[in-house]
Design a protein around this ligand. Structure first.
Ligand SMILES: [Zn+2]
Length: 295
């Protein structure tokens, strides 16, 4: 099984100069094989025995591993858009029931992605909003901040994340865009070529933590999938869920549309983890374990 996960490295902590105690972590693999800035990735650690907790620090983020089968522990993570190519240590920490803690370091390479640039034209009110609108935008920033503070301490997802619509991608993540020739902005998600009224499906199981109209996002839904992983669906014409709803993968959560700052109807999907926006296409391409937290 571990062989099919495209191992990029093996760690044996007896040989590691930084190990506090001999680490029970015998191997770590990561998918996809090549990590770039914007990537969503899955770490799988093989950990001997029955530790209480397995976690890691990587790229200044805390990773919580969840137990799977056959001594495997899983953690979904991501690389920020801003991360420069290089090698970054995954600092694994294993905590035993008796309080004993062991560390092990594992180098992980990040390569550079190539992203495009684009010019767009939208109604001027979305580029130079008036004072009243600026107040609204500020208030909505607080609403989103509060929503994003939501935290589920276990993975709520199971298995692969699915595309919210079965339609072509019209604009990729990471494109540097210029609106009306002046406002520069980064495209922080994936656009699907969805005509207005297309049913939009939840990408995985989770809890709806925001479902409302916002100035730029239009009608917007945010689903929390646990451990800091969220998916967002924007510019909808109709919301079929409300805050607090538990949703299942593939459940229809609303209809696509052209609300908010758009050049025309489409579905914008975003993936958020630990405050970072990651590439949804990379998440949808990951093969994930069905029940990562069942032992
Ligand atoms: Zn978009």
């Amino acid at each position: 099984m571990i062989r099919s996960l495209a191992p990029i490295f093996l760690i044996f902590c007896a040989a590691s100069a930084v190990a506090v105690h001999s680490s029970p972590v015998t191997a770590v693999t990561v998918k996809p094989k090549v990590l770039v800035n914007g990537t969503v990735c899955l770490f799988t650690a093989q950990v001997a025995g029955h530790p209480e907790k397995v976690s890691a620090q990587w790229l200044e983020h805390e990773l919580t591993f969840s137990p799977g089968q056959d001594d495997k522990w899983y953690a979904l993570a991501g690389v920020a858009y801003e991360t420069k190519p290089g090698t970054y240590d995954l600092d694994m920490r294993v905590e035993q029931g008796d309080g004993q803690v062991s560390h092990s370091l594992q180098p992980v390479r990040v390569k550079a992605a190539t992203y495009k640039t684009a010019r767009l034209t939208v109604p001027e009110k979305y580029v130079t909003p008036g004072p009243e609108t600026l107040k609204r935008i500020e208030a909505e920033r607080e609403i989103k901040k509060e929503a994003f503070a939501h935290f589920i301490p276990v993975p709520d997802w199971s298995g692969d994340f699915i595309a919210p619509v079965s339609l072509a991608v019209s604009e990729n993540y990471g494109t540097s865009r210029r609106f009306n020739g002046k406002l520069a902005s980064l495209h922080s998600g994936t656009d699907f070529r969805a005509p207005a009224g297309t049913p939009v499906h939840a990408s995985n199981d989770g809890e709806v933590i925001l479902a409302r109209e916002l100035y730029y996002e239009g009608n917007c839904i945010v689903i929390d999938h646990g451990l800091g992983f969220m998916t967002m669906y924007m510019h909808l014409s109709k919301l079929d869920v409300k805050m607090g709803d538990k949703v299942k993968k593939n459940e229809v959560i609303g209809l696509s549309g052209g609300t908010g700052r758009v050049t025309g109807p489409h579905l914008h999907m975003a993936v958020r983890w630990s405050g970072l926006y990651l590439d949804p296409v990379k998440l949808l391409g990951l093969e994930l374990p069905e029940t990562p937290y069942v032992r």
